[in-house]
Design a protein around this ligand. Structure first.
Ligand SMILES: Cc1ncc(COP(=O)(O)O)c(C=O)c1O
Length: 372
């Protein structure tokens, strides 16, 4: 966010900044969704819904799991939330008491640490090196688990690395968590944004996992603030009560609009975007090593690359500042995601068209070759 503020300050002075820092797709919300939102507004759909969301949307999501994953899911287990953010908060609030420990991969999505701390629980970082594809192993989880540990949070594909967790390793991790009486929370916000493989959900192999998801990224609805969770049957009532007390209900308008997300025409638009993101990733994977920016674990999804930037100095915040000021390219320092490896990494979000990515790489090439 600091990089974004600095980038906007530069733009106000007339600079052309290429924005590769924000974790938000450059695509518009598909027209069918916008139109459904317009209709809902015109029809006066402006009152609260049930705390767990509308029956229509929960059924629509359950039907989508059947279509996409061949999974039979009771819509009662779906809870609609204000983005994945509210889903993560509800999952952690339901799973933990003050003083409990929660295992989180490092590098990982920065807000998770804050959610855990805000609840009075203790975030415990699990360093996940590139040799492990920046994902935890079952062995590591078993070794890190203590009597105070209550939950493990994962994301696949992950932010900031875009790496996917191997399904066998995930099943082994779930077994460790289950054997300790813990809770496994899987963030699948980037689950449909995978490139060389079919999308998967942890629910296929782990029916008791708490799965968090969102309309923000795949459906390009960040500003609509809508997501969902799938919880075990025994969790529905406690999560519903928490949701009612904390949020009253998710956005009525966004829920009505999101019903159009599952229409075949919308799906075709979204799949074309996935192919576009894959082409962007492929371009960057081929361009970055020539700039000394090594990618040590292949990103299989999301729209992020976490590059090793140590040849350009050991302080990624300084490096990002220099790249922004001297090349007009906004990147995110790894320190946002990791207190251990972050100073030696930067995250590139390929949320700009290929032509802008090419220009960004040329600017970096010019900067580094003049010794900047
Ligand atoms: C891994 C991960 N989880 C959750 C979120 C929050 O998303 P939402 O907009 O659905 O609240 C983000 C946003 O960048 C994310 O990267």
């Amino acid at each position: 966010m600091q990089v974004l503020a600095d980038a906007h300050a530069l733009e106000r002075r007339g600079a052309d900044v290429i924005h590769l820092e924000v974790g938000e797709p450059d695509f518009a919300t598909p027209e069918a969704i916008v139109e459904a939102g317009r209709r809902a507004l015109a029809g006066g759909r402006v009152r609260y819904t049930a705390a767990q969301g509308t029956d229509d949307l929960r059924s629509g999501i359950a039907a989508d799991y059947a279509r996409a994953y061949g999974l039979s899911l009771d819509p009662e287990r779906v809870v609609i939330t204000a983005g994945a953010s509210a889903g993560i908060l509800l999952a952690l609030a339901a799973a933990t008491d003050a003083g409990d420990r929660v295992l989180l991969p490092d590098p990982g999505y920065a807000c998770n640490r804050q959610f855990v701390s805000a609840l009075g629980a203790l975030p415990v970082l699990l360093p996940v090196p590139p040799e492990q594809g920046f994902q935890p192993t079952a062995k590591q989880v078993a070794a890190a688990w203590t009597p105070e540990t209550r939950a493990l949070m994962l994301a696949s594909p992950a932010n900031p690395t875009g790496t996917v967790l191997d399904p066998d390793e995930l099943a082994a991790i779930a077994e460790v968590v289950r054997s300790r009486g813990g809770v496994l929370i899987v963030d699948e916000i980037y689950g449909r944004l995978v490139f060389d493989q079919a999308p998967l959900t942890a629910l296929s192999a782990i029916p008791d996992a708490i799965v968090v998801n969102s309309f923000s990224k795949y459906y390009a609805m960040t500003g609509w603030r809508l997501g969902w969770m799938v919880v075990p049957a025994a969790w529905v009532e406690p999560v519903r009560r928490l949701a009612q007390n904390l949020f009253v209900a998710p956005s009525t308008l966004a829920q009505a609009a999101a019903l159009a997300a599952f229409e075949p025409g919308t799906e075709a638009v979204l799949q074309a975007r996935v192919r576009e993101l894959a082409a962007r990733r492929d371009f960057l994977l081929q361009a970055l090593p020539g700039l000394g920016l090594e990618v040590r674990a292949r990103p299989e999804g999301a729209f992020y690359i976490y590059t090793d930037s140590r040849v350009h100095g050991g302080n990624s915040e300084d490096l990002c500042r220099r790249i922004l000021n001297e090349a007009g390219v906004a990147l995110t320092p790894g320190t946002d995601f990791s207190p251990t490896s972050g100073a030696g990494h930067v995250r590139i979000a390929y949320t700009q068209p290929l032509v802008r990515l090419k220009e960004a790489m040329e600017r970096l090439q010019a900067l580094f070759s003049r010794g900047g």
